[in-house]
Design a protein around this ligand. Structure first.
Ligand SMILES: [Zn+2]
Length: 212
């Protein structure tokens, strides 16, 4: 995906992150671009009323979503130490917020996926403690089964449910979130909305001009 060309819209002359305008954005005008199947969008962009998961335009509600991302190589630090990984990921974590448009069905699926993901992470902690108890009680088979289910369930939930029901950041930098999983219709609508002309900034009249 990452080797596909990045298509920059007209409101980003010169292309790339360097073209991002500084300062607060005018309503209706924001920075967005296509990168393969991904959508690159400015943090806090006012997205149009199209469900980002299915492309529907009716019954839209908004989800105040804070995306969080850190470089994937940090997972390799798990081999060193969990605490080291936790500290490094906290330091290098990038965050970005979007007020996501979702239809009722997709919003419900998103909430359900988050709930299931939370339960599997809770089971990861409880299950690992339980398996230690089983091993200490000389019940190795039960301990092994509990450990495997505790370790595997967050990944199963993530791959089978959470990835399909939510949007995932591929990267986040200081100003832009690159999102995976945006519906093509929503992506097209967002790119179109981003190309709306910016409202001109109010300019003070030259000296001597009489206000009309
Ligand atoms: Zn939807």
């Amino acid at each position: 995906m990452s080797d596909q060309p990045v298509v920059f819209p007209r409101n980003a002359p010169g292309g790339g992150f360097m073209a991002l305008p500084a300062g607060p954005q005018q309503p209706g005008a924001f920075w967005a671009a296509s990168s393969g199947e991904d959508l690159m969008v400015e943090k806090g962009a006012p997205l149009p009323e199209v469900c980002v998961k299915c492309g529907r335009t009716d019954g839209i509600e908004r989800r105040n979503q804070n995306f969080s991302w850190f470089p994937p190589w940090i997972y390799a630090l798990l081999l060193v130490n969990l605490l080291v990984m936790a500290v490094v990921s906290t330091v290098l974590r990038k965050q970005g917020r979007l007020w996501l448009p979702l239809c009722h069905d997709c919003a419900r699926r998103w909430r359900k996926a988050n709930l299931v993901q939370g339960l599997t992470i809770a089971w990861l902690i409880v299950g690992l403690i339980t398996c230690i108890v089983f091993f200490a009680s000389e019940l190795p088979i039960l301990g092994l089964l509990t450990m495997v289910s505790a370790l595997v369930s967050p990944f199963l939930s993530g791959f089978l449910l959470h990835r399909k029901a939510t949007l995932r950041p591929r990267t986040i930098d200081d100003r832009v979130i690159t999102l995976q999983g945006v519906h093509p219709d929503a992506k097209a609508a967002i790119l179109t909305a981003s190309q709306q002309p910016r409202l001109p900034s109010p300019v003070a009249p030259p000296p001597g001009t009489i206000a009309q």
